[in-house]
Write a protein that binds this ligand. Structure first.
Ligand code: AMP
Length: 184
């Protein structure tokens, strides 16, 4: 059983590290951003509403996100573990997640640390449609205001590990797996 949460600001290299981790542990990658982008591509009313929010770097509502995650975690492939990516991002999401998983909780929350200037460069390099300078700035602000306080929450649960996100993908991957194995 491996229940992981990937934290870290956008541009920290979460996507890359998650892709490597799910192979290593054989668990599903549950990315709320990916699930939202799939909804947007369906062109439904809900998708259009989500797109407007995502394009400017704001957060979609906690209720919507918690609903999506609850449904996903109920699928058979998530019963033996999972890697949550880009979730939780707010205190309400963290509380909602803990309520869903009670009494077991998660095994490890990984914080990949990079300075803002490196995160911004990496976001501009990947060139996603919502990676405009304004949206990047807003997402970094929201990360600091809404998501960074969750580090304290996971730390108080005794499940937080912080990993230096600078260096090659392989360097960071080795550090992440090492940190997980030492803390699970
Ligand atoms: P990401 O792929 O994680 O960078 O997410 C892309 C966008 O989807 C974010 O900028 C938000 O607008 C939205 N989003 C993804 N995950 C969440 C979440 N957990 N809570 C609120 N909004 C989210």
């Amino acid at each position: 059983m491996t229940r992981l949460v990937m934290l870290g600001k956008q541009g920290a290299g979460k996507g890359t590290q998650c892709a490597l981790l799910v192979k290593h542990y054989g668990i599903p990658h549950i990315s709320t951003g990916e699930m939202l982008r799939a909804t947007v591509s369906e062109g439904t009313e809900l998708g259009l509403q989500a797109k407007a929010i995502m394009d400017v770097g704001e957060l979609v509502s906690d209720d919507l996100i918690l609903g999506i995650v609850r449904e996903r975690l109920a699928q058979p492939d998530a019963q033996l573990g999972f890697l949550l990516d880009g979730f939780p991002r707010t205190d309400a999401q963290a509380q909602g997640l803990m309520a869903m998983l009670a009494p077991s909780g998660i095994d490890v929350a990984i914080d990949i640390e990079v300075p803002d200037n490196v995160a911004t460069e990496r976001m501009l390099a990947r060139g996603r449609a919502d990676d405009t300078p304004e949206a990047i700035q807003r997402r970094l602000e929201l990360y600091q205001a809404e998501t960074e306080p969750l580090l304290e929450f996971f730390s108080s649960q005794g499940v937080l590990v912080s990993v230096d996100g600078l260096g090659t993908e392989r360097d960071v991957q080795d550090r992440v797996i090492d940190a997980i194995e030492r803390n699970r």
